[in-house]
Design a protein around this ligand. Structure first.
Ligand SMILES: CC(C)(COP(=O)(O)OP(=O)(O)OC[C@H]1O[C@@H](n2cnc3c(N)ncnc32)[C@H](O)[C@@H]1OP(=O)(O)O)[C@@H](O)C(=O)NCCC(=O)NCCS
Length: 185
């Protein structure tokens, strides 16, 4: 599924075709992403790992549990951004959690804002969700700015919220409610 196309990137569902490019993305962005993402398994930087996580991602998408998207740069065919919608919950909650990252060399072009906004629109439109949640480390000013530009508002402060880069890190909790809410039957 293609969520967004412009002259520079195509934002599309992650699938088996992306395995090599996904590995290359994580390999060249180790130092860039380590401070913000969970510790990686020893085999994370191997192609088989990404083939398997893509297989699991597709199975999770098929049951409506999560969706993963990648932004592929037209000029280079490289993945320049990842956006995930995970922990999709239905029932009276109708919510999901948003996650994203952008290649170190592709920052500052608005990719995070453009791609995360497209995924939020998809979540509220096609998926009919009511609410998107996420969080960011208080020192992550760029992520705070991205979320603010999309319209997220601060809902709380969680101490020792996520175990990232070898320690429990505080987080600012943010949320965004569908401006066109679905009325549940
Ligand atoms: C956070 C991240 C996704 C931003 O990606 P990006 O494509 O550069 O983001 P955008 O270009 O869409 O927007 C970034 C905004 O933050 C601003 N910004 C960047 N660095 C900043 C800083 N140190 N302080 C304040 N604002 C900053 C930019 O100026 C821009 O705002 P503007 O459009 O008003 O000028 C990227 O840096 C990244 O992948 N970081 C590591 C992983 C991560 O943090 N993931 C999110 C975890 S919650």
């Amino acid at each position: 599924m293609v969520l967004l196309e412009n002259e520079r990137i195509v934002l599309e569902s992650l699938d088996a075709r992306h395995a090599e490019a996904l590995l290359a993305y994580h390999d060249r962005n180790r130092a860039h992403l380590e401070p913000w993402e969970p510790a990686r398994d020893p085999d994370f930087y191997e192609l088989a790992y990404h083939r398997e996580t893509i297989r699991i991602s597709l199975a999770n998408a098929a049951i409506g549990a999560s969706e993963r998207f990648v932004a592929v740069e037209r000029a280079t065919a490289q993945i320049v951004a990842n956006v995930n919608l995970w922990n999709i919950r239905r029932g009276v909650v109708q919510a999901a959690v948003l996650g994203y990252s952008v290649d170190a060399l592709a920052q500052g072009h608005g990719y995070a804002t453009t791609c995360a906004r497209a995924v939020v629109d998809h979540a509220f439109g096609t998926l009919g969700l009511h609410r998107i949640e996420t969080s960011y480390n208080p020192i992550n000013a760029a992520s705070a700015r991205v979320l603010r530009k999309i319209g997220f508002t601060v809902e709380g402060y969680a101490r020792d919220y996520l175990f990232i880069d070898g320690a429990w890190r505080d987080a600012i909790l943010v949320g965004l409610v569908n401006p066109d809410p679905t009325i549940l039957a």
